[in-house]
Design a protein around this ligand. Structure first.
Ligand SMILES: Cc1cc2nc3c(=O)[nH]c(=O)nc-3n(C[C@H](O)[C@H](O)[C@H](O)COP(=O)(O)OP(=O)(O)OC[C@H]3O[C@@H](n4cnc5c(N)ncnc54)[C@H](O)[C@@H]3O)c2cc1C
Length: 393
């Protein structure tokens, strides 16, 4: 009997009935509804917006929020759902991560009751889509340097500046935009900017070879006047957007396991079928070594995520632990995609198979939500007490 699938360490045994159900429902949606469409959308550079109501039905948007028409899942169930979405495509998981961790979460954590009552139920049902604007052209890893400013003028905030590389920017109904209200990082606050507000424009970034089935935009604010209650009043300083990124990074750590698993399963099946020198290439030691490395690293990533999910549910998870998981799991998922591409030979570069698409997507995932190296510095600081972020430090 050969081992099928990718749950080598029987993670399944550790899951509750609800957790398994959330995962399996999402898995069916991805296989039946999403996978048949993804190649065309990746080629065209579009996201399948027609599926948004079905994605909402899965309870994915704001999945861990209790109340406000959200599913109130635990963090392991949410992680498993994201794993399944990213088995489809990193663009699909990005769509869900942005909506949940980067838009609904800050509204829930830093917003007024009126903002929560208005936005969260609409966003949970997928009736309104959000985006998160932190990065600027000159400030990526170092967002505290941002130039976007919000100034009070009577009953209004006036927003000036621009944001770059914003997922869902041009298709969003509302943008959570981070701006300085004074000179220091401590003055950073979040603002809800609705589509169509005069002075706010969003234009798409073209020419991407990665995350093609995900819209990425530039946002511009030119004397954009917002009502005074557009601010998220409980957001104080850079820690607020960073807390949102911590939520999203947790989800990424789970998500990329799905992309890696899709690559592994594709490579294993291909290697068993493909005959060279008179035998299936899966029978060659060098190919087996690749498959074993893939499955070992998938298994380690699953175990890490499961443990962090349980800690998160007990409110014991620390951001550097999330950094360790994001750093490890994304870099191994990318390596697994590259190994799978190698196993597929020339077919590895064709979109008849999902491998090259995952590989290209994972290059973005490696960079966004804190680059691989920035997460190294976060963990390094945590274990030494020394900050290596600044040149000469
Ligand atoms: C497809 C995609 C979608 C995105 N979606 C969003 C979004 O929705 N919202 C949003 O706000 N942003 C988004 N981003 C932006 C993303 O978060 C940034 O690209 C990321 O933070 C890195 O910033 P940067 O690209 O400016 O790179 P830089 O910060 O310029 O980094 C360049 C290189 O320098 C290294 N580096 C930087 N500082 C240090 C240091 N101190 N020590 C050692 N090395 C260092 C980095 O690791 C990296 O290798 C998205 C990006 C992409 C590609």
């Amino acid at each position: 009997m050969t081992f099928e699938g990718w749950d080598f360490c029987r993670i399944d045994d550790e899951l509750s009935e609800e957790e398994r159900m959330a995962r399996d429902t999402t898995r069916r949606f991805v296989d039946d509804r999403f996978k048949p469409l993804i190649t065309e959308h990746f080629r065209k550079g579009t996201f399948p917006m027609q599926l948004v109501p079905e994605i909402a039905e899965l309870g994915v948007f704001g999945a861990t929020i209790k109340g406000y028409d959200c599913a109130g899942m635990n963090n392991v169930a949410y992680g498993l759902v994201l794993q399944e979405l990213e088995r489809g495509d990193s663009g699909l998981r990005s769509f869900a991560s942005v909506q949940s961790s980067l838009v609904m979460y800050p509204i829930w954590r830093y917003g007024t009751e009126a903002q929560k009552q208005h936005w969260l139920p609409l966003m949970a049902r997928g009736k309104k889509i959000g985006c998160f604007g932190l990065t600027e052209a000159d400030f990526g890893s170092d967002p505290g340097g941002m130039r976007t400013r919000a100034t009070l003028d009577g009953d209004h905030w006036v927003l000036n500046g621009s944001k770059m590389w914003i997922t869902n920017g041009s298709i969003a109904d509302v943008a959570v935009v981070w701006a300085k209200t004074g000179d220091s990082q401590d003055s950073i606050k979040g603002f809800l900017v609705e589509k169509g507000t005069p002075g706010f424009t969003a234009s798409n970034i073209e020419g991407k070879f990665s995350l093609r089935a995900s819209v990425t935009s530039e946002l511009a604010f030119d004397g954009c006047r917002l009502k005074k209650d557009a601010v998220l009043p409980e957001s104080h300083g850079l820690g607020a957007p960073l807390s949102c990124l911590n939520q999203a990074r947790y989800g990424i750590s789970w998500g990329v396991i799905g992309a890696a698993a899709d690559c592994y399963e594709t490579a294993r099946a291909y290697a068993l079928e493909r005959v060279q020198f008179g035998s299936p290439i899966a029978g060659f030691q060098l190919v087996q070594e690749k498959l074993v490395t893939m499955l070992t690293e998938i298994s380690k990533a699953q175990l890490l995520c499961l443990r962090l999910g349980r800690l998160k549910d007990q409110d014991k998870l620390r951001p550097p632990q999330v950094s360790m998981a994001k750093r490890n799991n994304v870099s191994w998922a990318l390596e697994i995609a590259r190994l799978a591409r190698e196993v597929l030979g020339a077919n590895g570069i064709a979109d008849e198979y999902p491998v090259i698409r995952h590989m290209l997507n994972l290059e973005s995932v490696y960079t966004y939500e804190g680059t691989h190296d920035i997460h190294t510095l976060i963990v390094g600081r945590d274990i030494t007490g020394l900050d290596a972020f600044h040149a000469g430090a």
